[in-house]
Design a binder for this molecule. Structure first.
Ligand code: ADP
Ligand code: MG
Length: 335
């Protein structure tokens, strides 16, 4: 056995050049990032980006093939046991044992981790309050709604007071309202002092929940920053235009001053501009008018997380591509 070496670091998660391949296929292709104590950090990326693979290496479920990963100061390869003791996990697919009540599930989990009875009971009380399932303590897990099941899973992940909570797509398949309430619970958990690492394909989830975000695509991190930083590095404003000849209009604007990027949309196109949009817009209108192009729609806004995502990955995420078959089945089966 290798000796336990805890590294002196402020980083709760430290990852350097991490790779993980299935056969010849590199699902995670050399990622590096760090998560500070107390942060909520997100991986934002489409289906197949490598999010679950990366999480599974960090939680010691998959072997680390290449690179370095430290959780709470422990090396995932050398000290997997200490890593496991430092973390809580909520998987992408619901894993509740449905023949147990809410209380029994938490009690069982506490026993599994050898928590003393007094501590166990206290913690269950605290957690049921935190995720607002006190009135459901004697309900069978299978009777809970999708949102409640997720909350119960989060409570279970927190039983052992982990330093870091890993949430793989915590709101996948939930309706928008339930998702927003989940964010409040996750923020509550974070206020309790837990560092949170989550993966998501929802732009608004990454945007509103995280302190910092890494956009991940094809196993690589394409950019990392706060929501504000990402939107600001993109540009000053986004101008949306629809014209009677979008193709020609885009060509005409290709080298226009202050336009950093042009992104085609279904009926028009976005211009990402590096200066105040209200100042740039008149020149753009004049330029198109001079070429006899008629503008039918103009819209000026600040860059959104969608704009950031499209800029860095060259694509939009459509939700129907994201929800795994199992989650879809669960949704349609619920009444
Ligand atoms: P995400 O969680 O971002 O959707 P995953 O990490 O699940 O991405 O998958 C990343 C890529 O690795 C995908 O192309 C997926 O098909 C592939 N993959 C995932 N798990 C396995 C596996 N056990 N064997 C082979 N390929 C896999
Ligand atoms: Mg996944």
């Amino acid at each position: 056995m290798e000796p336990t070496a805890r590294w002196a670091t402020e980083d709760m998660i430290l990852v350097e050049n991490l790779e993980h391949a299935y056969g010849d296929f590199k699902a995670v292709d050399g990622i590096s990032f760090s998560v500070k104590k107390g942060e909520i950090f997100s991986f934002l990326g489409p289906n197949g980006a490598g999010k679950s693979t990366a999480i599974n290496v960090l939680i010691t479920l998959l072997p680390l093939q290449k690179g370095k990963a430290m959780i709470a100061g422990y090396d995932v390869t050398r000290n997997p046991q200490q890593v496991r003791e430092s973390i809580g996990i909520v998987f992408q697919d619901i894993t509740l044992d449905r023949e147990m009540t809410v209380w029994e599930m938490l009690e069982f989990h506490g026993r599994l981790y050898n928590m003393p009875v007094k501590e166990r009971r206290e913690r269950i009380g605290e957690l049921l309050k935190l995720v607002q399932l006190e009135s459901k303590r004697d309900e069978f897990a299978k009777k809970l709604s999708g949102g409640m099941k997720r909350r119960l899973e989060i409570a279970r992940g927190l039983m052992t007071r982990p330093l870091v909570l890993f949430l793989d797509e915590p709101t996948i398949g939930l309706d928008p309202q339930t998702r927003m309430r989940m964010w409040e619970y996750i923020k509550g958990v974070n206020r309790e002092g837990t560092t949170i690492f989550l993966t998501t394909h929802y732009m608004d989830e990454a945007d509103q929940l995280s302190d910092r975000i890494s956009i991940i695509d094809h196993g690589k991190i394409v950019v990392t920053g706060t929501s504000w930083e990402l939107k600001n590095t993109l540009g000053h404003d986004v101008i949306y235009l629809e014209t009677d000849n979008n193709v020609r209009a885009q060509t005409l604007l290709e080298n226009f001053p202050a336009i950093r990027a042009i992104k085609p949309k279904t009926k028009g196109f976005n211009l990402i501009v590096t200066e105040d949009g209200t100042k740039v817009l008149p020149g753009i209108i004049d330029h198109l008018r001079a070429a006899q192009i008629e503008i039918t729609t103009i819209n000026l806004k600040k860059p959104s997380m969608d704009d950031v995502f499209v800029f860095y990955t060259g694509k939009e995420i459509r939700d129907e591509d994201q929800t795994p078959a199992r989650a879809r089945f669960m949704l349609s089966g619920r009444r």
